[in-house]
Design a protein. Structure first.
Length: 225
């Protein structure tokens, strides 16, 4: 159930299970760049696409030629892939949709989620044969919006700083290659205090050792790269 989902992947899996009776098998949650040029790189929130298609799609940068992605920038209304395929598309746009079908994504819907601050989210849902009834569209919208909000809350909570200012400073200097003694001298604190800050940081970040602590802090953007 969505209420029990503790990770972004679990949210996506819960949505797929809810929509499975209507033919939906996979989904993708992402945030799109506000323009398709010059180098659009979507922020992937949860990816349950077939792994082969996902690798192909992002390696080839197909989002720049994806007519569904382009439509998400123009509308906040749910739309079907079928409605896009029926348009007069450019050759490269039609190629994206044909290639998706070859990977098993033959039919689907996109639910754009336009935020108040200008962010453009999208939930892409697909299967080999999905229902298109009005009732199904309502279910997609209701379940989709709830799922996106839940996923966004989880992601925001995961990116909230967990280190204190001093702990982050210590990790930052260690990441820069400074020894415990050098870090202590720079910050004007004792070496034992530096080690205690590193120990506390390791616990807060759930890291295994000193190096893992610093790497985790960088990945979480607790300290600059």
């Amino acid at each position: 159930m969505l209420s029990n989902a503790d990770t972004t992947r679990e949210v996506a899996e819960a949505l797929c299970r809810a929509l499975q009776p209507f033919g939906f098998e996979v989904c993708l949650f992402a945030q799109l760049a506000p323009t398709m040029t010059p180098s659009p790189t979507p922020d992937i929130l949860a990816d349950l696409w077939p792994s082969a298609w996902s690798r192909h799609y992002f390696k080839k940068g197909l989002v720049a030629r994806d007519p569904c992605a382009a439509q998400c920038l123009r509308t906040s209304q749910l739309f079907s892939w079928r409605s896009i395929a029926q348009r007069r598309l450019q050759r490269d746009e039609r190629s994206v949709m044909e290639t998706a079908a070859a990977f098993g994504l033959q039919d689907g819907f996109c639910l754009p989620v336009h935020g108040a601050n200008g962010q453009i989210g999208v939930i892409s849902l697909a299967g080999q044969s999905v229902e298109h009834s009005r009732n199904v569209r309502f279910v997609i919208e209701a379940a989709g919006y709830c799922s996106y909000q839940k996923l966004s809350r989880l992601r925001q909570a995961a990116t909230q700083p967990v280190l204190t200012r001093r702990q982050a400073e210590v990790c930052d200097w260690v990441a820069a290659g400074k020894t415990t003694a050098q870090t202590a001298a720079i910050l004007g604190i004792g070496e034992a205090t530096v080690e205690q800050h590193l120990k506390d940081s390791r616990v807060r970040l759930g890291a295994a050792n000193r190096v893992h602590t610093v790497v985790t802090a960088i990945r979480r953007r607790e300290i600059p790269i």
